[in-house]
Design a protein around this ligand. Structure first.
Ligand code: ADP
Ligand code: ASP
Ligand code: MG
Length: 404
């Protein structure tokens, strides 16, 4: 007998037949005598549809109301999944995030999990019940509903696995594992049998939507080993775990593409101490994640700051910067026609020449680099959005990932 947490993503519970398929899979595992906590997402497309409706009514919707709205997507699927299980004779109960004891901070739309009260869940498990938990949501100290950021059901699953000390955590999705690149973009992408937390975290943060980045961060912190696999077949998936020595032999593990970023250019700000600090302080206060910061200093005592922000936060970012610029001077503009391409691998720590190989490959495809940033295990470039797919394929081939 094992205690297992499974998470089924939006496509896996996308309609009634798929929910029946999930229920049958759960029953099979349950019938082998295992204890099961199952996290489900909203049906594929529902969260996006709700966001579109909100934006049609209000350009910058209240974040509290956003969370009230977005949390309903998962509440539909938990109840339906429990009913599907009842229909095939399995004792199951559905819980919202709050009912499952998931307490968060107060940062609406990207709340962090503070604690999980696992006792009632464990009692249910001991009573032989399958527990279905709404992903992506929690409750703050004042009883307000919060959500955990896009893709947040992954985080719910990993945090629950840590809280109930699960033996296994399985993330079921519509691909059978983590690939060297998004298999929808790069035809020759290969499935990885395993990947380190650090590499998975970089890939996720840099746009590989297969896992939510914060969930990987959480897994690394609490050492939750998890497997990414498909709910449509029984193929072995990809194990995500602590780095082991042989992983460094591979120079580049994968390529990530992020088309959900905007480039912000703040020009003509005074080139003196404090200007940049004020801009980034305002963005931090608005909880906006900034990346790839570059500063160019001109001759007339003014500077240009360029950086990227998530596309979904562009209005909020511009609004926050405009307030600062009224005080310090300067202008802000936005370029949405960009994509970020990154190559990631723990092997970069011990090998050189990765940047040269990447830049040469992109130059060979006539792709211009607008911004560059590097860290110990990744190199990212910003390029024109329409070149994103070609760039990903060229980078994938340049590091030999086509032929793994
Ligand atoms: P779910 O709804 O199950 O959470 P997501 O859409 O969030 O599923 O994530 C699965 C998708 O992630 C896949 O359909 C795939 O297109 C995309 N993806 C991006 N990068 C990768 C990668 N490196 N490996 C596998 N899938 C990837
Ligand atoms: N439904 C949420 C989203 O689409 C959470 C998730 O699917 O993990 O972002
Ligand atoms: Mg997802």
């Amino acid at each position: 007998m094992a205690r297992i947490v499974q998470k089924y993503g939006g496509t896996s519970v996308g309609d009634v037949d798929r929910i029946k398929n999930v229920a049958a899979r759960i029953k099979a595992i349950r019938d082998q005598g295992n204890e099961l906590v199952v996290v489900v997402s909203a049906r594929a497309g529902v969260t996006n549809e709700l966001i579109a409706r909100a934006k049609a009514l209000c350009a910058i919707p209240s974040e509290r109301e956003m969370d009230q709205l977005l949390s309903i997507g998962e509440q539909e699927t938990i109840a339906l999944t429990a009913m599907a299980l009842h229909g095939i004779g399995v004792d199951a109960v559905s819980y919202t995030g709050a009912q499952a004891g998931i307490s968060t901070d107060k940062v609406y739309t990207k709340a962090k999990i503070k604690t999980i009260n696992a006792k009632p869940l464990i009692n249910d498990l001991k009573a032989g019940r399958v527990i279905i938990v709404a992903g992506f949501q929690g409750i703050d100290d004042e009883g307000q509903t919060t959500t955990l950021g896009r893709g947040g059901s992954d985080l719910t699953a990993i945090a629950l696995a840590a809280a109930i000390k699960a033996d296994k955590c399985e993330i079921y999705t519509d691909v059978d594992g983590v690939y060297t690149a998004d298999p929808r973009v790069v035809k020759y992408a290969r499935k990885l049998s395993e990947i380190s937390y650090d590499e998975m975290l970089e890939l996720a943060s840099l746009g590989s939507k297969v896992m939510q980045s914060r969930s990987v961060e959480f897994a690394a912190k609490y050492n939750v080993v998890f497997e990414v696999r498909s709910s449509f077949n029984n193929n072995p998936g990809t194990i995500v775990k602590q780095e082991v020595a042989y992983m460094e032999k591979v120079l580049v593990r994968g390529v990530a593409v992020d088309k959900d970023q905007a480039k912000v250019v703040v020009s003509n700000i005074p080139d003196k101490p404090g200007s940049a600090a004020k801009v980034f302080k305002a963005l931090a206060n608005a909880h906006i994640n900034v990346d790839m910061i570059v500063q160019n200093v001109g001759r007339a005592g003014v500077a240009t700051l360029t950086f990227t922000v998530p596309l979904s936060e562009k209005e909020k970012a511009v609004k926050a910067i405009e307030i600062v610029l009224q005080e310090v001077g300067g202008e802000v503009s936005l370029d949405e026609n960009i994509a970020k391409i990154s190559v990631v691998g723990v092997g970069m720590k011990t090998h050189s020449g990765v940047a040269a190989t990447l830049f040469e490959a992109l130059a060979g495809a006539n792709i211009n680099l607008e911004l560059i940033s590097t860290s110990e295990i990744k190199i990212s470039v910003v390029i024109a959005k329409e070149k994103a797919e070609v760039a990903a394929r060229v980078a994938h081939a340049a590091f030999g990932l086509d032929k793994l």
